[in-house]
Structure formats: structure tokens, C-alpha cells
Write a protein that binds this ligand. Structure first.
Ligand code: SF4
Length: 409
């Protein structure tokens, strides 16, 4: 375990990759734990780095006692070329865990997920929210005033993901929230997903005018007959119509946003339409992502179909997740329920952390002993002791490779 973070024992960080900014910006007072950053060849012009001394790699000479953190996986030859002995390198996940156990450092994520609305107009077949008694976060939506207060109270938050367990675009005060976020330089994204069936013309325009970054649109099929098997009450043509409207508005406003992704959950009834969906997505200017179903029977059926038809090679590697990196939510975008209850990650829907981010304050809950120790334990691949859902969760990383996937997701 690495938790010796005394000021005189600063580390040298190698790398100015985007991930470096993402991670370092999530901790306040962290500069007191870093001697300097070595630029290994990436662009270090981001203003973020003005707070640090940046040394070119060519100027670095290893000195006994240097303690190094590598921000990305460099080739084996890298250590030889730089003269750094392997034992001088502190694994990134252990260094982050040490920061979380360091009382001087404040954990301050600059992204967050607020599940703004758990209501939905569809009845998707396997959705835990449509199964009475399954999920405990309740049905409702965050009042616009609360959302705006959250932005005011947490000026370091730069990005809010607003979807997860419901349909965000039916929130009745969406216009007010999207415009407020835009005016306060907070990026909005709908990354976990929207069914995109019912969107008013005003909201469609808002999504483009106010630069919502991403719309991940759930479309598990390439025609109504297939689509409605899972997305019950859904209307395929309405979704396609809304996508076309977004494209028209992007032309009108000369906007690259929102990016749109087509999320296609593979099931036995839609497997034959994957190619058609791929073509349609390309025509609509969307990226398509094929995802495994949450339903184990469906996963098994698709695996069999894939093998039988020898179509596996039709699925680029990038389409398939082999390890689910849900724990990254704790590190990069802690999840808050619409009523303020801290959920932590998107996998927590049957209980919560017994903390409320709206009542107690966001920074207070993510800097609570429970939160920081739990996240540190996950990064260290050590048991979670707090009585919270993570303790028994099967998605915790079990190897260094998996924990690095969490950090790099
Ligand atoms: S251990 Fe499970 S519940 Fe906890 S953050 Fe990871 S995925 Fe979520």
C-alpha cells in the first residue's frame, strides 16, 4: 500500500496526457504532493499545467530516491531508457488510493451524475425501474431550483451527466436546467441514455443551442417490429424522426453538438438486424455501439448465435466490454439520485450510502470517511468494510489490470 504522502516525499508524475488532467483536477491540494510533471511528449499547453513545473523528458535524470507515478502504460523500454528502476515506480492506482487516505488532499470530482428523472414513458422488458419493489430510488425528478442550487454551490463542477434510471427528456423543467447549466459553463451530457421517443420541439432545440455534449440513444433494432419487443410502448419511427431533427438543428446552428451514439443492446430477437442498424447509424451520422444485454439468458443466446453464424468478427473489439468498469463512477462522476441520495455508481439501485448530497453538501459526502475509504479500498483491490453495496458487489476489480481499466475508462 502506498500512503506515505508527506510533503517532503513528493512524487514525480510522468505524462501530460488528458487522463493526467482528469485525475489531478479531481483532487484539491494535490500540488503539495507533486514535485513536478515530466512531459513525455504530449501537448502540455492546457492552462491546467500552469500550476505545475513541467520538465521535458530529455532533461530528466533519475536520482536515487525519486518516486515516480506513470500516467499511462509506457513500453518496457521506457524505464531502461530513462534509468528508472522498477521499484521507484508507484502504481497509479496505489498512489490514488494513498491520496484518498491523505487528510490534506480534498477529493473534488469535477464531473457528477445527477439522475434528474426516474420516471419513464416506456416499459422496457428487463428494466429494474419498471419492476415494482426492485429499485429503491423512487419515482420522481429533481426540481429545477435544486439543480440550479447544486451548480451554484459547487462551482468546481464542470460537467453533469443527467441520465440513468429514467427518461431525462421528459423532465418538465428541462429547458430551465439546460439553459442555466449553459449560462454557468457546465456541460450537460446524456451518456447513460435516452429512449428519445418524446422530446418537445423546444427541448430538441435546447439540446443543440445549449451544446449538450452527448446523446446516447437506446435503439435495440432497426425497425418497429424488432424494436418494440424490448422497448415496450416505444415508437421506432419517432426516435428516427427526432434524430433527423437534431441533425437539421445542428446544420442550422452550425453545431457539432450533441454527438449522438446509437446504443444497440444485442438480444436474440434483434441480432439479425445489427448490420442494418450499423448502416442506418452511419447514414444518420451516429456512432453505433453494440452492448451485451443485462439479461444472462440473452447474453448466452447471442453468444450461441454469434458462434453459429460465425459472425463474431463482425463485432469490432471496441464494441464489446469484457470487464465492466462501473467503479469508475466513484472516481470520476459520483452518482446522485434525483432526491439527493448518494448512490455512488450506476449499479446501486437497491440501496444507497445513507448520505444526501443536497442536504449535507456534495463535497461533504464524497469526502466522508466511508466514501474515501471505500474508493481507496477498491483501488487497492482490498476488501470494502463499510456496510454499503460495494461490500458485496461482484463488479469490483480483482486484478491490477482491471483496476487500471477503471481508472482509464
Ligand atoms: S463495487 Fe459495485 S457498487 Fe461499488 S462502485 Fe463498484 S460497481 Fe458500484
Amino acid at each position: 500500500m502506498f500512503n506515505d504522502q508527506s510533503a517532503e516525499n513528493k512524487v514525480i508524475v510522468f505524462g501530460t496526457v488528458r487522463k493526467c488532467i482528469d485525475l489531478l483536477a479531481s483532487f484539491r491540494n494535490i500540488s503539495s504532493r507533486i514535485a513536478y510533471i515530466v512531459n513525455t511528449g504530449e501537448d502540455a499547453s492546457d492552462p491546467f499545467f500552469s500550476n505545475y513545473t513541467i520538465m521535458p523528458l530529455s532533461s530528466y535524470r533519475y536520482t536515487s530516491g525519486d518516486r515516480i507515478v506513470l500516467m499511462k502504460a509506457y513500453p518496457n523500454s521506457f524505464l531502461c531508457d530513462t534509468g528508472i528502476p522498477a521499484e521507484a515506480v508507484i502504481p497509479l492506482h496505489l498512489w490514488l488510493a494513498g491520496l484518498l487516505r491523505d487528510p490534506i488532499v480534498v477529493f473534488q470530482p469535477w464531473r457528477v451524475r445527477i439522475d434528474i428523472c426516474t420516471l419513464c414513458q416506456l416499459r422496457c422488458r428487463d428494466c429494474h425501474m419498471r419492476d415494482p419493489g426492485e429499485a429503491t430510488m423512487g419515482y420522481g425528478y429533481i426540481p429545477a431550483e435544486t439543480f440550479k442550487n447544486f451548480i451554484d454551490d459547487n462551482p468546481f463542477i464542470l460537467s453533469i451527466e443527467i441520465s440513468n434510471n429514467g427518461e431525462p427528456l421528459i423532465h418538465p423543467q428541462l429547458h430551465e436546467m439546460i439553459t442555466y447549466a449553459y449560462e454557468h459553463h457546465v456541460e450537460i451530457s446524456i451518456w447513460n441514455g435516452t429512449n428519445f421517443n418524446d422530446v418537445s420541439d423546444e427541448v430538441l432545440e435546447d439540446l443543440v443551442r445549449y451544446q449538450v455534449r452527448l446523446l446516447n440513444i437506446a435503439l435495440d433494432g432497426a425497425c418497429q417490429k424488432t424494436y418494440e419487443v424490448y422497448r415496450r410502448n416505444g415508437n421506432f419511427n419517432k426516435v428516427i424522426h427526432n434524430i433527423r431533427k437534431i441533425n437539421q438543428l445542428k446544420d442550422k446552428y452550425h453545431s457539432e453538438y450533441p454527438h449522438m451514439t446509437w446504443q444497440f443492446v444485442m438480444m436474440k430477437h434483434n441480432y439479425h438486424e445489427m448490420d442494418m442498424a450499423r448502416q442506418m447509424a452511419a447514414e444518420l451520422g451516429m456512432t453505433i455501439q453494440f452492448r451485451d444485454s443485462w439479461n444472462a439468458d440473452e447474453r448466452a443466446a447471442v453468444a450461441a448465435l454469434s458462434a453459429d453464424r460465425k459472425q463474431a468478427k463482425l463485432l469490432p473489439d471496441a464494441d464489446h466490454n469484457t470487464f465492466q468498469t462501473y467503479c469508475s463512477d466513484l472516481l470520476f462522476h459520483p452518482q446522485i439520485n434525483w432526491d439527493g441520495r448518494l448512490l455512488g455508481c450506476c449499479q446501486i439501485y437497491k440501496s444507497d450510502w445513507n448520505m444526501n448530497a443536497f442536504d449535507s453538501g456534495f463535497l461533504t459526502v464524497v469526502n466522508s470517511d466511508t466514501y474515501r475509504k471505500t474508493l481507496a479500498s477498491i483501488l487497492e483491490i482490498s476488501p470494502v468494510t463499510a456496510d454499503i453495496p460495494c461490500r458485496t458487489c461482484r463488479h469490483k476489480p480483482k486484478t491490477a489490470k482491471e483496476v487500471l481499466a477503471v481508472i482509464n475508462s
